[in-house]
Design a protein around this ligand. Structure first.
Ligand SMILES: [Zn+2]
Ligand SMILES: [Zn+2]
Length: 275
């Protein structure tokens, strides 16, 4: 806001000195819009959309969704700087779940910024170092599992805010959005639903090839591991029913609501027991 006040003062000075009033008005309008608009920036943690974290920002307040693999702090700082923000602008760090590729830098980011870190209660064991239950969703998951990359331990993290209910309002952190408990990929997975229907869904779905991303990014798929596929279906259906229209994902994405519905139908068909 201070920035805008300074800008208005500068505009008045410009007008007094015969400056270009129309150009200046346009600049002020675009700056005002930038301060009231909610941006969702993808932070590329690996190239080609293979692994993403997200920065949601509005004006000078920002919420970080996921922290990437260990040592990802410079990538997060770069994303903040691209919005003319720094660590002090972070109001919340949020983990969609606690696999190493999403929570690997959480403890370091928590130390680096003054922002509290939020995770769901049911994800606490994974936050604190319990090996995740990894159920490969297909051939790539089985091969990937053998590499041991996903089972590597990472620095344990203790959340400051533990989500125990089904919904959590982000308005006090500067963002018009809700965090919803969306289990399935892991027991304590959460998604962020913005009021305009954009969703950050972590690993509730993926798109592309192999780990995700790379090519065919409009094509939905399961991530390499998925604990409870039918719980994933229920969680995705719920996000669709409350207005989810664009799904930003940890691997690949974004996906349209139509593609997510297609993925739900395929999972339901594959995993519903036949009688
Ligand atoms: Zn995961
Ligand atoms: Zn992941």
């Amino acid at each position: 806001m201070l920035h805008l006040v300074l800008r208005l003062q500068k505009s008045a000075q410009l007008r007094a000195s015969g400056g270009d009033v129309i150009t200046d008005c346009i600049l002020i309008l675009s700056e005002t819009r930038a301060m009231t608009q909610t941006f969702v920036d993808t932070i590329p943690m690996l190239p080609f959309g293979m692994l993403n974290a997200f920065l949601i920002s509005r004006g000078d307040r920002a919420v970080l969704v996921d922290t990437g693999l260990p040592n990802s702090e410079p990538k997060i700082e770069k994303a903040l700087n691209a919005r003319r923000l720094d660590w002090s602008n972070l109001t919340l760090i949020l983990l969609t779940h606690a696999h190493i590729d999403h929570a690997g830098s959480a403890a370091r980011v928590q130390m680096r910024s003054a922002a509290p870190l939020l995770a769901h209660h049911d994800e606490l064991p994974y936050c604190q170092g319990e090996p995740p239950r990894l159920r490969p969703s297909g051939p790539f998951g089985r091969v990937f599992y053998r590499t041991g990359a996903i089972q590597r331990p990472f620095e344990a993290v203790t959340p400051d805010v533990i989500m125990t209910t089904d919904g959590f309002d982000l308005s006090e952190f500067g963002i018009a959005a809700q965090v919803l408990h969306t289990p399935g990929h892991t027991p304590g997975s959460v998604s962020v639903l913005l009021e305009d229907g954009r969703v950050i869904a972590g690993d509730l779905a993926a798109s592309g090839i192999l780990l995700g991303g790379i090519a065919c990014r409009a094509r939905p798929k399961s991530p390499p591991f998925e604990e409870e596929p039918l719980h994933v279906v229920a969680s995705l259906q719920r996000l669709l029913s409350v207005g989810g229209r664009a799904f930003f994902l940890g691997h690949g994405g974004p996906l349209s609501a139509k593609a997510v519905q297609r993925h739900c139908d395929a999972l339901r068909h594959r995993f519903t027991p036949r009688v």
